[in-house]
Design a protein around this ligand. Structure first.
Ligand SMILES: Cc1cc2nc3c(=O)[nH]c(=O)nc-3n(C[C@H](O)[C@H](O)[C@H](O)COP(=O)(O)O)c2cc1C
Length: 277
């Protein structure tokens, strides 16, 4: 099991000591052109988790390739580049520009709740990227789809090598007195512990549907959370919102699972389902 960060939850150039505790660093999603993201406030804390409406703020493909990526390579940690866009060609062009020597894996962000949906389907985007790169492609899906297993099968057929599950789910918070939305955009993506049951179900469904390698994420705080995602079929696990409050989480979580044989745990929740069926 590799321990990663979730995209957008760690800046390795600002906190290299945290990134160096990981088995791979996943970048913030990169789009073809620079984006400032949404107007503030774009983060809200709720009793149930964090809401963000960052809106894919990033320096854009050219500056990422010329400035950030060479500096990230110096960390000595495998780099996973999260790729975003607004049509299949956007994604494919960025994939084509990524150098095999500098990049370990491409994660296709097919599920950001803070920008308007890409017009092309997840499978079309994966197929276009498959034609443009030989790098391993992980498709990051939203658990909001009513038939997630079907989407997983479609991206697998289009050439995805793995899945990343889950992205945030759309949510909203109101000021208790004025009843106005807290986020300037109105709605944002919910992350943190309340996502864990959603993540377990998504990993369970997609593992059963495809058997593809899965990076499980969503509300991971403890070693037990890691164990449960692995039991549902996650090969690797990513830490997201927890990194904002506990930058030491990668080392802590590793210590918490040190005595667990994760190979033995892998997929065990499926055996339980078979018995129940
Ligand atoms: C502030 C913030 C920014 C995020 N930015 C991205 C992003 O750029 N690309 C992406 O694929 N996911 C992004 N995510 C989603 C996370 O990668 C992750 O899928 C989600 O937060 C669930 O994990 P968690 O509950 O452990 O945070 C972001 C999440 C947060 C909280």
């Amino acid at each position: 099991m590799r321990l990663l960060n979730a995209s957008g939850c760690l800046d390795a150039l600002i906190a290299p000591e945290v990134a160096m505790q990981l088995d791979g660093f996943v970048t913030k999603t990169i789009t073809p052109l620079p984006r400032e993201g949404n107007a503030p406030p774009r983060i809200a804390e709720t009793a149930y988790g964090m809401l963000n409406a960052i809106g894919l703020a990033n320096p854009g493909r050219e500056r990422f390739l010329s400035d950030a990526l060479p500096r990230l390579a110096l960390l000595g940690v495998p780099i996973w580049v999260s790729v975003g866009g607004f049509c299949a060609a956007d994604y494919a062009e960025t994939c084509a520009a990524l150098d095999r020597d500098a990049v370990a894996v491409v994660e296709l962000n097919l599920s950001c709740p803070n920008v308007d949906e890409a017009a092309d389907s997840a499978a079309e985007i994966v197929a276009a990227c498959r034609r443009s790169t030989s790098l391993p492609l992980y498709a990051k899906l939203s658990a909001a789809h009513p038939d997630l297993g079907e989407v997983a099968r479609a991206v697998a057929a289009a050439g995805a090598d793995g899945l990343s599950l889950v992205n945030t789910l759309r949510g909203m918070a109101l000021h208790p007195r004025t009843l106005e939305p807290v986020l300037a955009r109105g709605q944002g993506g919910l992350s943190g512990p309340s996502l864990k049951p959603v993540a377990l179900a998504a990993v369970h469904t997609c593992y059963a549907a495809t058997k593809l390698p899965i990076v499980g994420m969503g509300g991971v705080v403890t070693g037990q959370d890691v164990v449960e995602l692995v039991a549902c079929g996650a090969r690797d696990v990513a830490l997201g919102t927890v990194l904002f409050s506990d930058p030491n989480a990668p080392s802590r979580v590793r210590a918490e699972i040190a005595s667990v044989d994760l190979d033995e745990v892998f997929g065990t929740s499926h055996k339980a389902s078979e018995v129940l069926a």
